[in-house]
Design a protein around this ligand. Structure first.
Ligand SMILES: [Mn+2]
Length: 258
């Protein structure tokens, strides 16, 4: 079993036996309509996202493409833009790869927008092979996923903020790796994990528009799922990796530049 971030991209390649997949998360398609409401008018990001995904599929030739939640942005009412663009987006991807979705908190109504050969899993998450649990991260995973060696989640859009001497600010997407503290897990999950709890890997968002939640500042409340809220994992203890593999060490040691 392997789980390897793709160099330079917010994409995870998972392999188990003869199964392999690319995992991407937090596309938030349709977020442009919300931004337009705030005066930022952008063209649809769907063509660009599709191009990035098709390029990855051609280069990596995965058997499966798994969306780890928040494919679309708007809740609870899908905008006209989603209804217009999402069916064709999925249709085209399914010509090249088996497409699956582990729903996130923004994916209500997605089922009616995708072709029938796109597999929509339960919101709890799935086990990939025997040892990789895939969850969006807005809710606790089901107990059976605690038997995995690695739990992959999304939802928090982790990123790191850098500031130069003149105050210019850049936010870079990042991966978080952390340990789970079994004593902070709900009883049901603790029992299922037995002696060994999985390690946690949090994926950066695939969307280039969501901005990312800078872990060396403060992660917005709505992006902190129960795993972090409960203290089962601490953002401060997480190891941070940039998309090019640079390890920045633990969040607690990053300079909190305010
Ligand atoms: Mn989410």
């Amino acid at each position: 079993m392997t789980a390897t971030p793709i160099y330079g991209a917010p994409v995870l390649r998972v392999e188990s036996g003869r199964e392999n997949a690319l995992v991407v998360a937090d596309l938030h398609l349709g977020i442009e309509s919300e931004l337009a409401g705030r005066g930022v008018v952008l063209p649809s990001q769907v063509p660009r996202v599709k191009e990035r995904l098709l390029e990855l599929i051609e280069r990596k030739r995965p058997k499966r493409l798994i969306f780890l939640g928040d494919v679309k942005h708007n809740v609870p009412i899908a905008t006209w833009q989603e209804w217009r663009e999402l069916p064709a987006f999925f249709e085209e991807l399914t010509e090249f790869v088996r497409v699956e979705v582990v729903p996130g908190n923004h994916d209500g109504g997605l089922k009616g927008m995708v072709p029938s050969d796109v597999k929509i899993h339960g919101a709890g998450g799935i086990l990939f092979g025997k040892s990789i649990g895939l969850v969006h991260g807005h809710a606790w995973p089901p107990p059976e996923l605690m038997r995995a060696k690695l739990l992959v989640s999304a939802h928090s859009h982790p990123a790191v903020e850098f500031r130069d001497g003149l105050g210019a600010r850049t936010v870079e997407p990042a991966w978080l790796r952390c340990k789970l503290n079994p004593s902070k897990l709900p009883k049901k999950l603790r029992g299922s994990a037995g002696n060994s709890v999985p390690k946690l890997l949090v994926m950066p968002a695939f969307s280039e528009l969501v901005g990312g939640a800078a872990v060396n500042r403060a992660v917005p409340e709505e992006l902190i799922g129960p795993i972090f809220r409960s203290g089962a994992a601490h953002i401060a203890d997480a190891e941070v990796y940039l998309l090019d593999g640079t390890c920045l060490g633990e969040v607690r040691n990053l300079k909190n530049q305010r």
